[in-house]
Design a protein around this ligand. Structure first.
Ligand SMILES: [Zn+2]
Length: 158
């Protein structure tokens, strides 16, 4: 999936094994896996441009250092019950539970990100859904109009 301008690594994701597709209007684009994986399996090695700002599709390697991978990992969707774990030090993605062919690769953005490009209401539907998603070192931005809507919807649902 990475273009030829990158170095060659047999563990990079292969065309045909994965695809970036639009899941739905609400979730946007995600990465679907056409291969199954067992818990603990290496899914792929990742690469991209190293940048020093936070962008919509960047993933944090360490504070102030981010990977901008618009061919694969930058499009993982968020779930509060993720099926992948990222090792950003070694640039590897692992299955943290069984993944069936046809499943989306789902990460928890708070696993890697101290601060998100944008906080958002989660629609992952898992039992332990946190509802409003922030980076792991980031307070809720209560002035965010989306957060106001999220809170009102929550109050209305009770
Ligand atoms: Zn969630």
């Amino acid at each position: 999936m990475y273009t030829n301008s990158y170095d060659q690594n047999p563990f990079y994701p292969k065309q045909g094994d994965f695809e970036i597709i639009q899941k739905d209007e609400k979730s946007g684009y995600g990465v679907i896996s056409y291969r199954s994986f067992d818990k603990g399996d290496l899914i792929a090695a990742i690469t991209g441009e190293i940048i020093h700002d936070i962008r919509q599709h960047s993933l944090q390697i360490e504070p102030g250092v981010h990977l901008y991978d618009i061919h694969f990992s930058g499009y993982f969707l968020h779930s509060c019950s993720p099926n992948v774990t990222l090792d950003m030090k070694n640039m590897r993605v692992y299955a943290n539970r069984k993944i069936k062919a046809g499943d989306y690769l789902l990460m928890d953005y708070a696993q890697t990100e101290d601060v998100l490009y944008r906080q958002f209401p989660c629609s992952c539907g898992s039992k332990n859904c946190r509802g409003w998603i922030t980076g792991k070192k980031q307070p809720i931005d209560e002035s965010d109009p989306l957060y106001q809507t999220f809170i009102q919807t929550k109050v209305a649902a009770v």
